[in-house]
Design a binder for this molecule. Structure first.
Ligand code: 5GP
Length: 190
């Protein structure tokens, strides 16, 4: 997606060979016009999939996922990282290792919002080693629902998540695929 790649080049900051900071438009300050276009692009790519729910993980997945849900005309559920006092029982839960925080989070969603007949599009801001996506897939499976695909804003293709998940049969649509962050420079895959 051209607009997204331009934004990454103009406003992204390469923190190391592995980490890209996009606080200027995705992870802290949000660019609503870009988010709207991202939502429309995901909706276009998954238009034939009869999606009934969009699922993401708080907090940075929420903006692009909400825009996709709006375009698709379906609800968005975001998995919570901390158990809220009002979400103690009646939940699906799983453990996810956070790549950026280097800690394990228990993520939960209420059983009220996913059921066996749902067709779920999972959306996240980044795909690195795939742990966040695998956790979300696990929650959908616990509900007996179907994962129709994974929509990723920025895939770091030099990490293992994308390959692993594609090999397991998951359809992944990434709007920007980064081949390398070496020498402080973002190189996209063609
Ligand atoms: P994974 O679980 O695929 O290893 O990592 C994906 C999660 O880690 C995403 O939800 C995202 O929040 C975070 N993440 C991974 N790599 C990066 C990165 O280079 N930059 C930022 N800002 N977040 C990242």
């Amino acid at each position: 997606m051209k607009l997204l790649k331009e934004k990454i080049v103009a406003e992204g900051k390469v923190l190391s060979d592995e980490i890209l900071k996009v606080d200027a438009f995705l992870n802290h300050q949000l660019d609503p016009v870009l988010m709207k276009e991202i939502g429309a692009e995901f909706a276009r790519r998954f238009a034939d999939e009869k999606i009934t729910k969009v699922l993401t993980i708080e907090s940075s997945g929420i903006a692009p996922a909400l825009m996709a849900a709006l375009e698709l005309g379906v609800p968005l559920i975001f998995a919570r990282k901390r158990k809220s006092l009002t979400l103690r029982q009646n939940v699906y839960e799983t453990k996810v290792f956070s790549f950026t925080k280097q800690e394990i989070n228990t993520i939960t969603i209420s059983r009220d919002y996913l059921s066996f007949d749902d067709r779920v599009l999972i959306i996240d801001d980044f795909l690195a080693n795939g742990q966040a996506a695998e956790g979300l897939i696990d929650l959908v499976k616990q509900a007996g629902a179907k994962v129709v695909g994974l929509g990723i804003v920025i895939e770091k293709s030099f990490q293992q998540g994308g390959q692993k998940l594609r090999e397991s049969g998951i359809r992944i649509e990434s709007l920007a695929e980064i081949g390398s962050l070496r020498n402080g420079e973002v190189t996209f895959l063609p």
